[in-house]
Design a protein around this ligand. Sequence first.
Ligand code: NAP
Length: 306
Amino acid sequence: MVENIIILGGGPAGLTAALYAARDGFNPLVISGVNAGGQLLLTTTVDNFPGFTDGVQGPELMDKLKRQAEKFGTRFEQADVTEIDFSSSPYKVKVGSQEYEGRSIIIATGASAKWLGIESESKFIGRGVSSCATCDAPFFKGKNVIVVGGGDTAMEDSVFLTRFANSVTIVHRRDAFRASKIMQDKALSNPKIKVIWNSTVEEIMGDKRVTGVKIKNIVTNGTTEMQIDGVFVAVGYKPNTDFLNGKLPLDAKGYIITKDEVKTELPGIFVAGDVADHVYRQAITAAGSGAKAALEARTYLQSLGG
Ligand code: NAP
């Protein structure tokens, strides 16, 4: 069976594309990845998604979007894409030994948290090092932790961690945060949060679990050791494009290069959400581009006479 539209990714971009495609009667198939739901599943309150006057929990928003897409006939496969073949239409998408064929594909595989990349970090992932405060904060009740980064995620994670940890120290490589003012204010006014500016984490120390970090001041070049129980890494995101294996052009950071917003150089292949967006990266902008991708897919399918 050749699918009309296969959507890769089950975050706000993929699910909004699915909602639009399903309402158009295309009966789309969403291959949502084993960690379906995207970054919103790892968030607490989302208070900037229009329509939710009192905010909404990230997982609840994703559940609502999924049920809305399902209501109009979207089908779901919860697995990671292993291979694609865009050399001829219908395009092929492989999930292990299973192969799907689609006249049109919408790629909405999102982005994942980046790590610091130092050797001692990988040694302690899950043993005191985490990139997901929402998932792991409760394990740090009464403990002292650091958060690395200066963006909105670092601020949000720090504030959330204070609900459990005894102290939270933000370690940032510059002397100013890039986070929005409102998020900075929330963090900086919290008595449990301190900041170490102009500094990077050189080494994470410990035996079975993290016991401390070596921090380098990049202005003075001086190194200090600090005893802590946990390291939360909040240094941005990397697009999930490895599975493309060179079959679509990517920019230097690995984001898919688009033309006319959601189109690619291949007819019938569209892109939505963070996988191509390193500027806005919001749930609402991802959802908006999902809608655009589905509308473009409709125009494309109609041009085929479908
Ligand atoms: P981000 O804005 O890219 O910030 C990453 C931070 O990590 C920057 O401060 C950066 O430093 C630092 N950094 C990067 N690589 C590093 C390294 N190797 N070592 C040390 N520090 C490093 O990422 P984000 O905070 O995850 O936010 C991503 C997007 O999601 C943004 O658009 C943000 O607005 C959005 N977001 C929104 C909310 C919300 O509204 N509730 C919550 C979370 C995220 P420099 O500043 O020096 O570059």
